[in-house]
Design a protein around this ligand. Structure first.
Ligand code: ADP
Ligand code: ZN
Length: 231
């Protein structure tokens, strides 16, 4: 399964990708997380990417592609992977198509007002990048990551005043990619417009839809939907 998740910041894309990947036994590859890891470890890629990220800009295609190409060459990607945050530009999508065949692109569609509400309550683990939400998907222990016990914080770019701008930028960037994959006949739109519901109900809805296309995911779904509100 070589899959791409497209969706605005706050659409839930990262959460779904991180829930589904381990159940399908494939890695969840987030280029944002990879960059943050590289910056933390002060690698060459990290140093090159940092100045763009700090200014809220996309990292140039050559750098992202180099990093991604390395990552998907890893042994753990043999059976497939879920890409989250890549591709973001047409040159990235074209380069990816030269490297491998993508099976399916899941486009998670969420109305703006819901996104704004969601994002302003989003918090992430400083160490591993796991995403939580103070309204609907709280960490089990306040301020602490369920996965690695790292500190859970609100990212600077999840501050409410920056969200509007990120949404606008996302739409401009995503439109050509959506067309690109629509033309290839591998784009699946999923509409999620009742995100006030608890995360487990939402996961069920989205995963049910994904299920229509990937039948073998039936059993994992039951486990996935239990996770968000587990005590
Ligand atoms: P966001 O939702 O704010 O874009 P991410 O964690 O996906 O958060 O990415 C953080 C930053 O990493 C982006 O703002 C961008 O600078 C860089 N980045 C991640 N993926 C890509 C990509 N595919 N192309 C260019 N830059 C990227
Ligand atoms: Zn963590």
């Amino acid at each position: 399964m070589k899959k791409i998740f497209l969706g605005a910041p706050g659409s839930g894309k990262g959460t779904y990708a991180s829930r589904i990947a381990p159940k399908r036994n494939v890695p969840h590859i987030s280029t944002g997380d990879l960059f943050r890891k590289n910056i933390k470890e002060e690698t060459e890629i990290g140093t090159r990417a940092k100045k763009f990220m700090d200014n809220g800009n996309l990292v140039p295609d050559e750098i992202v592609i180099e990093m991604l190409k390395d990552r998907i060459a890893n042994e753990d990607c043999k059976k497939g992977f879920i890409l989250d945050g890549f591709p973001r530009t047409i040159p990235q999508a074209e380069r990816l198509a030269e490297l491998i065949d993508i099976d399916v692109v899941t486009n998670i569609c969420v109305p703006d007002d819901i996104i704004i509400k969601r994002l302003s309550s989003r918090v992430t683990c400083k160490d591993c990048g796991e995403i939580f939400n103070t309204l609907i998907l709280k960490p089990k222990q306040e301020g602490k990551c369920d996965k690695c016990q790292g500190e859970v914080i609100r990212r600077k770019d999840d501050e409410p005043e920056i969200i509007q701008n990120r949404l606008k930028t996302y739409k401009e960037q995503a439109a050509p990619l959506i067309d690109f994959y629509k033309n290839k006949g591998i784009l699946q739109d999923f509409y999620c417009n009742d995100i006030d519901k608890p995360a487990d109900e939402m996961s069920q809805k989205v995963l049910d839809s994904i299920l229509e296309f990937t039948k073998d995911i039936i059993n994992p779904i039951k486990e996935i939907t239990k996770q968000p509100n587990e005590e």
